[in-house]
Ligand binder design. Structure first.
Ligand code: PMP
Length: 399
């Protein structure tokens, strides 16, 4: 019955890894997928995660029972505290409902489905460019995705005026997807002043913020600093949605651990919102997995383990920052034409290179460098493969 089925195209981001795996070249480099790699090019399990897992394994009181629909309660509480701050008035006033979801993607999807069912405005504005999965997640959740200007190719920075113009002309009450920090794929974030202007504009037009926080701690190396824009929106007493992922900052990629929080207008509303979130989740996957949130809760509840995590997280962020500097220096020393200062100005895991699709294809064919047409994942770079990338960029730009 499926004989006539059409071959679906490969996912544009995950497809890069598929092509990379097929390439037998010993010099190949994968800069597509946003997963941290060590200086040796290896995936990393944080030491604090290994310790937490050991503690869980050694605890005879642990079972494999189902979690409730909303997930592990302690994990939810700690996750809200991590992003909104321990002294957040919204948490103290019981206005925040948090449900454990399948990493960032699952949190976005559950939030999208909830909005499609219960929010009066179905248009969600997403930045151009954005993470490639965003439009698909929200469209399939039942929302209508529209775009707002974000990146200015001329300055390789934020198109702030374009952003303000587009959000100003959005219909009242529209939903707006905001990258909480370390915007993927551009590595360009608004300044605190710009965030404040965005906040005022959005609140004045009753635009509903939906934050996507996939890189808390990766932008500045500080968890609190990276959460500052979000906390500015919570501090004004307004509502918002927050999708959190522990994939990158705790290196828990495949464990699929994340959370959706909805900051509501009152404690009473929060109780009702939670009851409706359960109705969204139950027919989708019943309840979330147990291992990942147990690891996270073990770390977040213990001040010593929490501190160890922040040190390991900062080390990952710092290695990426150093790769930015090294790549910038390598292009300068080769005399590669163009202004490459955006490589050191942009933050987080990704750099928007400004290379065109022809140059990207050339680098794949001639240098076995695998990247999306948008940008490169800086986490895949190390001192061994960096000169090769610089050679490839130089050749692509000067050919
Ligand atoms: N949002 C953004 C901006 C991302 O870059 C990612 C991961 N690449 C995610 C969400 C979701 O990732 P995950 O589902 O693995 O947490």
């Amino acid at each position: 019955v499926f004989a006539g089925i059409a071959q679906a195209p490969e996912d544009p981001i995950l497809g890069v890894t598929v092509a990379f795996n097929k390439d037998p070249s010993p010099v190949k480099v994968n800069l597509g997928v946003g997963a941290y790699r060590t200086e040796e090019g290896k995936p990393l399990v944080l030491n604090v995660v290994r310790c937490a897992e050991q503690m869980l394994i050694n605890d005879p009181s642990r079972y494999k029972e189902y979690l409730p629909i909303t997930g592990l309660a302690e994990f939810n509480k700690l996750s809200a505290k991590l992003i909104f701050g321990a002294d957040s008035p919204a948490i103290q006033e019981n206005r925040v409902v948090t449900v454990q979801c399948l990493s960032g993607t699952g949190s976005l999807r559950v939030g999208g489905e909830f909005l499609a069912k219960h929010y009066h405005e179905h248009t969600i504005y997403i930045p151009t460019p954005t993470w490639g999965n965003h439009p698909k997640i929200f469209t399939l959740a039942g929302l209508t995705a529209r775009t707002y200007r974000y990146y200015d190719p001329a300055t390789r920075g934020l198109d702030f005026n374009g952003l303000v113009e587009d959000l100003s002309s959005a219909p009242l009450g529209s939903i707006v997807l905001l990258h909480a920090c370390a915007h993927n794929p551009t590595g360009v974030d608004p300044t605190v002043d710009q965030w404040e202007k965005i906040r005022q504009l959005m609140r004045s037009k009753s635009l509903l913020p939906f934050f996507d926080s996939a890189y808390q701690g990766f932008a500045s190396g500080s968890l609190d600093k990276d959460a500052q824009p979000v906390r500015m929106f919570v501090a004004d007493g307004g509502e918002l949605l927050m999708a959190q992922s522990y994939a990158k900052n705790m290196g828990l990629y495949g464990e699929r651990v994340g959370a959706l929080s909805i900051v509501c207008g009152s404690a009473d509303v929060a109780v009702r919102v939670e009851s409706q979130l359960k109705l969204v989740i139950r027919p989708m996957y019943s309840s979330p997995p147990l291992h990942g949130p147990s690891v996270v809760a073990t770390i977040l509840r213990d001040s010593e383990m929490f501190n160890e995590w922040t040190v390991e997280l900062k080390a990952m962020a710092d290695r990426i920052i150093s790769m930015r500097q090294q790549l910038f220096d390598a292009l300068k020393s080769r005399g590669t034409p163009g202004d490459w200062s955006h490589i050191i100005k942009q933050i987080g895991m990704f750099t928007f290179t400004g290379l065109n699709s022809e140059q990207v294809a050339f680098m794949r064919q001639e240098y076995h460098i695998y990247m999306t047409s948008d940008g490169i994942s800086m986490a895949g770079l190390n001192m061994k493969n960096l000169p090769h990338l610089a050679d490839a960029i130089h050749a692509a730009v000067t050919k």
